[in-house]
Design a protein around this ligand. Sequence first.
Ligand code: SF4
Length: 366
Amino acid sequence: MPYAQGTPCGAEKGKVLPLRVEKWFQGNARDLPWRRRRTAYGTVVSEFMLQQTQVVRVCDAWRKFLRRFPSVASLARARERDVLAAWAGLGYYRRARHLHAAARAMMALHRGHVPRTRHELEALPGVGPYCAGAIASIAFGQREAIVDGNVARVMMRVHGRAVDLTKGAGKRWVWKRAQEYVDAARDPSHANEGLMELGATICTPRLPRCEECPLNALCSARRMQRQHHIPKAKVAPMRTRVHRAAILAVSAGWMAQRVLPAGGLWAGLPFPPMEESGRRLSASMVAARMGVDAGALDRCGSFVFQTSHREVHFVVWRLDTRVARHLRQAGRDGWFWRRVGSVTDAPSTGAVRRILQCGGTLPLLR
Ligand code: SF4
């Protein structure tokens, strides 16, 4: 597509943008499982999963989740721990809880159907303005705007304006552009999905591929050679550092687990027992907290796991098997025991997988 010296602006640009994106999307849409046979429920699940998670990680998880819970009703009936287990590997488990609660709300309020309007969608747990706009437009073809990071970036670049999305005025500006865009679309579903696709694959944050972009003749950032400066670089988030000592306690093929308490990181998920502290814990400190002899602990590895707000420094300790057997027989508050194979075959989170890998010898313990 040729590069034009002058770019249309304002209303003229607003009308042309969606038509170009829709045409481009028809020939360039990635083959993603939820696009093959579009259903409203499949769209809801994909939109929950895609928040803060890359498409490549979502594809397999989406297929497995839909096999396990093929309908709103089956998800609504499920136990929370089964929903969390089916979410394994995607992180941000609050989304899984919200999706579960949304399914129950759809059963209670909409006879198991996904509601069609933004207003009804936004009333569901975990559905914000972006998610409601995406479901309403993609699943039902409604003229509803969506603004996520990809859409905001494309809009700012095309209009040559770097707004601050942490401020009300910046948010209003980009939502207004996104609404004008979808209002001018032939097919709101393709226009919105195509815009997200363009931001994810062509107009990427660091290396926009302007030569291949269907909007290059309209793009103000490109005309001004400002595409690498719009939007402005974000300040890296400050993460709180915490230390956790994870205990691998295994007895005769059974491994100790705890469900992490509500309100904290990984709440409600099964983990090996852990001690948390603001500073690194020595063997004697971990042993004292657990009420065992320091000699019963063997350090088998460490790693750092980053979440959106925390930097978690893990040290992994293996508990002497005789002590583990004693604790298993005596019982311990909050602990339960699972077959080692069932824990290692389906770790509840990436952090648990790293803990198990740290052990290194875990396959020998089966
Ligand atoms: S021309 Fe470049 S900067 Fe402009 S929208 Fe396309 S990829 Fe993004």
